[in-house]
Design a protein around this ligand. Structure first.
Ligand code: KIV
Ligand code: ZN
Length: 511
């Protein structure tokens, strides 16, 4: 069977989602998990856009084994040189050069003629090729580009040395049948496409990213660009888990396969959701909480007789058996470290110490610790490494006839700050006190509470999005007490903002 290459852009396009700003440790953790999942290519970032992106791509290139590591670059010397600098230590590096080709982008963004665009794209691919054998070219906004011009630029960039041609549906405008016709037309007009890898990169503005990518595969495309949980610009990208499971489940019709270890899908989805603060909708295909639950009596009866009556995929296939008890009250440091290692987490000594302290606090309240709890603790620790503010203690009082009040004690670079506030509710009071203590001004945009596992003593997982000076930041916090988890999530978001501001001022080299 033909193999479809999975090009994962969670850390680049996915990270462009509003409010997501992962630090290097978080990106490394996601990249390691993507490697375990078996993706073929990891697009680690867009190195020219920030020092943080550059450092993250470099760290991934140096440490993550297995997949090709790609870096994105506009078709100009500075971007391409910087991309190469970031990926040069990867055993399998790729430079991904892009340039807009549609009339609307040419006119309003680039102010360039078609001939100028072709010349720039060719020069970009040639420069990338001078560094690296593996070069991908993307004509941005391809689906709104004049077809004749698209054929011309594809042919010119293949001639210049591109080994992968990616056709992006940048604004999620295509419908499956017309996208399929366009891909077919490209193959007919540019026969050299048969000598390179043809790829697609579909956005989900009309909810068709997976359908369009599958149609492209039907037309002969052998690379799809995807993001875990479908995150990405605006409505997101083609969802990794959906297209992989569609290919696996309907290989009878598609006659292709991927190299993905589907048993790692659920865990990858949870990790990305934990670290980005983007929760997965309950009814999301494949990884939503309800994807394997049956509500109606008729369905339940059918599944009890034979799963195949109402299930086309088993929960085991995507590794949903998460939730098993792995540690308890009597587990010591050794068992804790070994369990994390078995789960694939490689924590440094300090992180391990802090994670163990969190585990001990948790086990006092919760007794039995599942793998999902451990994932949440580790995600929290990776996030907390770069804290400007840490929560020392929190006290709240309130009730139906008592004004909610909160007192928080934060540490800033070892110095304690204590503040109190009254609010509309306990969480509001906590947030007021935290803002006073930090002296920051932030608007709460969204607030979500979920339980990591079931049961009254479950860990509460709070994710928030805040806005400061027009920029959005996400934050997450976990605790068995949801008021405390809410405070932690808010502080986590403020820390990300404080970090970003320090970097912007040049006080810090990397975010
Ligand atoms: O959506 C898009 O066109 C992109 C390109 C950079 C491939 O993300
Ligand atoms: Zn994109």
């Amino acid at each position: 069977m033909d193999r479809v290459t999975i090009f994962d852009t969670t850390l680049r396009d996915g990270e462009q989602s509003p409010g997501i700003n992962l630090n290097i440790k978080e990106k490394l953790e996601v990249a390691e998990q993507l490697s375990r999942l078996g993706v073929d290519i990891i697009e680690g970032g867009f190195p020219q856009t920030s020092v943080g992106d550059f450092e993250a791509v470099r760290a991934i290139s140096e440490t993550v084994k297995g997949p090709t590591i790609a870096a994105l670059a506009r078709a100009n010397e500075m971007d391409i040189d910087r991309a190469w600098e970031a990926i040069r230590s990867a055993p399998k590096p790729r430079i991904h050069v892009f340039l807009s080709t549609s009339d609307i982008h040419r006119k309003y963004m680039l102010n360039a003629t078609e001939d100028e665009i072709v010349a720039q794209a060719v020069a970009g691919v040639q420069r990338a090729k001078s560094y690296c054998e593996d070069v991908e070219f993307s004509p941005q906004d391809a689906t709104r580009t004049d077809w004749e011009f698209l054929f011309q630029i594809i042919s010119a960039t293949i001639e210049a040395g591109a080994t992968t041609i990616n056709i992006p549906d940048t604004v999620g405008y295509a419908l499956p049948h017309d996208f399929g016709a366009m891909i077919r037309a490209c193959y007919e007009a540019v026969p050299q496409l048969n000598d390179v890898t043809v790829s697609v990169h579909c956005h989900n503005d009309l909810g068709l990213a997976v359908a369009n990518s599958l149609e492209a595969v039907r037309q002969g495309v052998r690379q799809v660009e995807v993001a875990v949980n479908g995150i990405g610009e605006r409505a997101g990208n083609c969802s990794l888990e959906e297209i992989v499971m569609a290919i696996k489940t309907r290989r009878d019709l598609l006659e292709v396969e991927t190299g993905i270890n589907t048993k790692e899908i659920a865990r990858t989805s949870r990790l990305v959701s934990l670290l980005t603060g983007y929760s997965v909708q309950r009814n999301k295909a494949i990884v939503g909480e309800n994807a394997f639950s049956h509500e109606s009596g008729i369905h339940q009866h059918g599944v009890l007789q034979d799963r195949l009556t109402y299930e086309i995929i088993t929960a085991e296939e995507i590794g949903v058996e998460g939730g098993k008890i792995v540690l308890g009250k009597h587990s010591g440091r050794h068992a804790f470290a070994k369990t994390l290692e078995e789960m694939g987490f490689q924590l440094g000594k300090e992180e391990l110490n802090r994670a163990f302290t969190r585990f001990k606090e948790l086990v006092d309240r919760k007794i039995q610790i599942t793998d999902k709890d451990l994932e949440a603790i580790v995600a929290d620790e990776i996030q907390s490494v770069e804290e400007v503010y840490t929560l020392e203690s929190l006290q709240v009082a309130g009730g139906t006839h008592l004004a909610p009040t909160a007192t928080v004690r934060l540490l800033r670079e070892g110095q304690p700050i204590t503040e109190s506030a009254i609010g509309d509710g306990m969480v509001d009071a906590v947030y007021g006190a935290i803002l006073r203590a930090t002296g920051m001004e932030a608007q709460l945009i969204s607030f979500n509470v979920a339980a990591v596992t079931g049961g009254a003593e479950a860990l509460g997982d709070v994710s928030v999005q805040i806005q400061i000076d027009g920029e959005r930041y996400t934050g997450r916090g976990i605790s068995t007490d949801i008021v405390e988890a809410s405070g932690r999530a808010f502080i986590n978001a403020l820390n990300r903002a404080a970090r970003a501001h320090r970097v912007a001022r040049g006080d810090e080299p990397t975010p």
